[in-house]
Design a binder for this molecule. Sequence first.
Ligand SMILES: N[C@@H](CCC(=O)N[C@@H](CS)C(=O)NCC(=O)O)C(=O)O
Length: 226
Amino acid sequence: MSLTLYLHPLSSFCQKVLIALYENEMPFEPVAVNFGDAESREDFFSRWPIGKIPVLHDSATGMDIPETSIMIEYVQQHYPGTAQLLPDDAEQALQVRLWDRFFDLYVNVPMQRIVGERLRPKGSLDPHGVAEAFAMLDKAYAVLEKHMAGRQWAGADHFSMADCAASPALFYASILHPFSDDMPNTNAYFERLVERPSIKRTIAEARPYFQYFPYNEKMPPRFLQG
Ligand SMILES: N[C@@H](CCC(=O)N[C@@H](CS)C(=O)NCC(=O)O)C(=O)O
């Protein structure tokens, strides 16, 4: 086994990569990053000075690979498995990359912005920024509802990297900003995602840390139990 993933199980972007690795039953060593511990922090920043988790290390090539979408493509290129998270077909692959970007930029990032507000000191609150993030989630939900009409998966005709990105982003976003009942396509897609074994596994692994999620009190009870 040559892959090590530096991560935290509660992190939505880390879960995106975990789902991809679990889909392919890819062996790897998980190493938890503790930003509060000087040694762990220093080691992590030496791999990726931007300081965002996760980072994938491959001892076979000596590479540290940041950015979740690049990691997933790297694993598929170097260690292809049975799950084709990036389709061979160039047009389909482009769609997968588009929807992967969509979930990262317009669901995950605004979700993080809203969550981050609860971690800010009182004097540094930014209600305008939070309102903008909620407005972005509204726009993204409307686009997704339309896109998912008649579809099983977001990027291709099978489960792909786009769905790896969708799942944790929608999981946390729906806690802060639930989907309304008049979004049947989005609601059905979300249920399909959370029933998937790879995704159930990431939720189970994050469960011991849900108490540290700043909106823990809004977590639907069904996700709090194993
Ligand atoms: N574009 C990055 C985003 C990664 C990201 O935002 N990670 C969050 C955790 S979910 C993080 O490291 N936050 C810590 C920080 O910003 O200090 C990717 O796809 O890898």
